[in-house]
Design a protein around this ligand. Structure first.
Ligand code: UDP
Ligand code: MG
Length: 316
């Protein structure tokens, strides 16, 4: 199979017939063999009924229904697990992304060496309250991830070589940082494609202002996990050893100072009465604690943690 299109959807009943018909047209015009994986992330409207109806008319449609709303990342992850195509394309369900981009996305992966192609909504039809923070996020992500050629990490329209989606785990709010996950996993040919973007046709956005705080925390955690996830001791241990050494050096100084003043016969305060003594005590204790934290983190990181814990209600 050439292409799997993975569509996460949450309360998108109005868009689905139009979206699948449009994808269908593009695929047939290009003679692609394909499937459309519609992942219903616990919709409360008639979305799943519509998926079932569409499936009856079109055997290329695969439907997966979650028991409840687990979030876009979980929906993408389950779609990635199910995908059979050589190239996997993700697309939002709300008709903001254009299926007309599929042939070029496919070509970049199949013929031009890309592991991942990320869409860039250069002309974006969203309110300024959303586009401005997004610009800041993208700048921070570029800086922290060392992927300098992407303008729009969170664009829902992306294409992947099959190996990429089978080797990354998308959880929490990580759907915003899939290119970063891919890069950490070793897929370095990351390209960008300017894509059409439309205003939302039906329904409303599913993400509120909390998205920015969650997104920022995920950015920090992805940075630390990427850098130190496999060896947390390298992070905590280094800080711990530095702190411990600082305390040790101060203590040595205090002892030396005391010995010198005894030798010189001058009056001298007790070591424990010196302000520096408390600093050295704090530094030594903090150092030991950081070292132990690193040790515990190291133990935990050796046991893989299953972060995705979702239940599939039906799979058609
Ligand atoms: N979505 C989802 N689960 C959620 C929230 C959103 O599967 O909990 C889907 C949603 O149906 C859409 C895509 O993720 O297909 C992007 O969501 P939305 O259009 O609301 O985001 P925006 O375009 O405002 O960033
Ligand atoms: Mg949208």
């Amino acid at each position: 199979m050439d292409i799997s299109v993975v569509v996460p959807l949450y309360n998108e009943e109005e868009s689905l017939p139009e979206l699948t018909a449009w994808i269908d047209r593009v695929m047939k015009a290009q003679n692609f063999s394909y499937e459309i994986i519609l992942v219903d992330d616990g919709s409360k409207d008639r979305s799943w009924k519509i998926v079932e109806e569409l499936k009856l008319q079109n055997p290329a449609i695969v439907g997966i229904k979650f028991r409840r709303n687990y979030g876009k990342s979980a929906a993408l992850n389950v779609g990635f697990d199910a995908a059979k195509g050589d190239v996997v394309i993700t697309m939002d369900a709300d008709l903001q992304d254009s299926p007309d981009e599929i042939p070029e996305l496919y070509d970049r992966i199949a013929n031009r060496g890309a592991d991942l192609v990320s869409g860039w909504k250069q002309k974006r039809y969203d309110p300024l309250t959303k586009t401005l923070p997004t610009k800041l996020f993208n700048a921070a992500t570029r800086y922290m991830s060392d992927i300098h050629n992407l303008h729009d990490f969170n664009c829902g329209l992306k294409a992947y070589r099959k190996d990429v989606v089978k080797n990354i785990e998308v959880y929490g709010e990580m759907h915003r940082y899939i290119p970063v996950l891919a890069k950490w996993a070793g897929f370095t040919n990351i390209q960008e494609q300017v894509v059409q973007h439309y205003p939302r046709k039906y329904g409303t956005t599913k993400f509120g202002a909390g998205r920015f705080i969650k997104g920022f925390l995920d950015l920090l955690s992805i940075f630390f996990v990427g850098k130190f996830g496999k060896r947390p001791m390298h992070f905590f241990g280094t800080l711990g050893v530095l702190s411990f050494l600082t305390g040790f050096v101060i203590t040595c100084y205090l002892i030396f100072d005391k010995l010198m003043s005894i030798a010189a016969g001058t009056a001298y305060r007790n070591i424990t009465e010196q302000p520096l003594f408390f600093l050295s005590l704090v530094a030594i204790l903090l150092g030991s604690q950081l070292f132990l934290t690193g040790f515990i983190a190291e133990l935990i990181s050796r046991n893989s943690v299953d972060r995705n814990n979702y239940q599939i209600e039906s799979h058609i």
